[in-house]
Design a binder for this molecule. Structure first.
Ligand SMILES: [Zn+2]
Length: 432
């Protein structure tokens, strides 16, 4: 007999569905053994298995679980997985971390017993760091504890293009890397100059090595110049919008030509340019956030931006890229440190800023938080509600389009979160 346990088998019906690319106004989603088994229009009426719970949820929306394309689970602290899941983020993508922390988080996330508690964890392995390059300055300024130097000493110290292939090979073999992360911080939009910056030859070699392993290469740059250089090297995605002003509109053509995407991290830019206080205060005061955060105090600004830095520059460039059809990917750049962003909550902040500052349509913000990210990173098992995908789902009160169009609404009003069809234990009351 087929094993049908209610743990990861259920049906949600009479519900508005966003399947990753389009809306179904009233339909059903059937989950079996943690996978999407069926999605259709109308009311679910196939009465073949009355032991499977059927939740009739009119006036609700079901969506794929959110994917946070950009976190740093520093110290291997599982709060990055737990708090993210509570905010509806079923997958987090780490963008540079210590090897020990990566292993820890991979173990937490992959244990089936933890599906009701932790988000899934994806990794680049360690980032392609050089001695004296990014992210050393941000670690020294904001990381706590006496062992910051020890942590930095363990990061890669890449020097020449010959280091690129062994480096990529190592991330794949030792960390199961699914993408490669470059750092191209020139310091020209920050308060302080960088002690050293990587050569374009090294960056090009890293991107080639990533591609030779079938992996996308994504890169950090906080300045317009840094972004252009990475694009010219052939990067697949930018993990920030720039802090300083666009010198021309040439970047739009370059993004199109290189088929690159952007992860704007607007909350991070606001924090770096010391403009995030009000944003942080409002979102931390949201009752949903108060309930789900481990630490409910608003974050302080990262405040490393120089005179030319302002979040508005990043917003303007993101809008122009959006209008020109460049793919946008949502990621928070949360790191769990004292300043900046919050795991999970900052995804909702980014989605709000993209809807109301960048003027993206709700459906496009939703794609950018789910299917676009999965496509761009090559995660073929998630990001949409197609049959056979993982049953990573969130249930929202109301019509998510109306919720997102009203600027007064902050966090999405989540009623339930499932990872691989398993209900997040924070949402047990959903069953009552
Ligand atoms: Zn980052």
């Amino acid at each position: 007999m087929v094993d049908i346990s209610p743990r990861d088998n259920f049906v949600v019906t009479d519900v508005l569905i966003f399947d990753g690319s389009r809306f179904i106004e009233r339909g059903y989603v059937v989950v079996g053994k943690g996978k999407i088994c069926d999605v259709g229009e109308g009311t679910y009426e196939k009465a073949h298995d009355d032991i499977v719970p059927v939740y009739s949820m009119p006036d609700h929306t079901v969506l794929p679980g959110l994917i946070d394309a950009h976190i740093h689970g520093l110290g291997g602290n599982p709060i990055c997985l737990e708090q993210s899941l509570n905010f509806g983020v079923t997958t987090v993508c780490d963008m540079h971390n210590g090897r020990g922390s990566i292993t820890k988080l991979q173990q937490f996330a992959s244990d089936p017993a933890n599906k009701s508690r932790f988000a899934d964890f994806k990794s680049c392995g360690m980032g392609a760091t050089i001695s004296g390059g990014w992210p050393e300055p941000v670690m020294r300024l904001h990381a706590k504890g006496p062992n910051v130097q020890t942590v930095i000493d363990r990061w890669p110290k890449l020097q020449s293009p010959h280091d690129a292939d062994p480096f990529v090979q190592e991330q794949v073999e030792q960390c199961g890397a699914e993408y490669i992360k470059l750092f191209h911080e020139l310091g020209d939009s920050l308060k302080n100059k960088m002690p050293s910056t990587p050569s374009l030859e090294l960056q090009r070699a890293l991107i080639e090595a990533a591609h030779a392993h079938g992996l996308p290469a994504v890169g950090h740059a906080f300045s317009f110049e840094g972004m252009l250089e990475l694009l010219q090297c052939g990067i697949d995605g930018l993990m920030h919008a720039p802090l300083d002003k666009a010198r021309s509109d040439d970047y739009v053509g370059l993004f199109k030509e290189k088929k690159a995407f952007i992860n704007p991290t607007l909350t991070c830019l606001a924090s770096q340019s010391s403009a995030a206080d009000e944003l942080q205060r409002r979102f931390h005061a949201d009752p949903f956030a108060q309930k789900m955060l481990f630490n409910t105090k608003p974050r302080k600004n990262l405040a490393m931006g120089g005179e030319s830095a302002h979040v508005q520059h990043g917003i303007d460039m993101t809008r122009k890229l959006y209008e020109n059809g460049v793919p946008i990917v949502v990621g928070s750049d949360s790191s769990g440190q004292a300043s900046g962003q919050q795991f999970g909550l900052t995804m909702h902040m980014e989605m709000h800023l993209l809807a109301h500052e960048v003027d993206m349509k709700p459906i496009d913000v939703l794609k950018s938080s789910t299917s676009t990210t999965a496509d761009r990173f090559g995660f073929t098992d998630r990001g949409s509600l197609d049959v056979g995908k993982k049953a990573d789902l969130i249930l929202i009160n109301g019509d998510v389009r109306d919720v997102m169009e009203d600027e007064q609404n902050l966090c999405l009003p989540i009623r339930a979160v499932w990872r691989d069809g398993v209900l997040d234990s924070r949402y047990d009351q959903f069953l009552e």
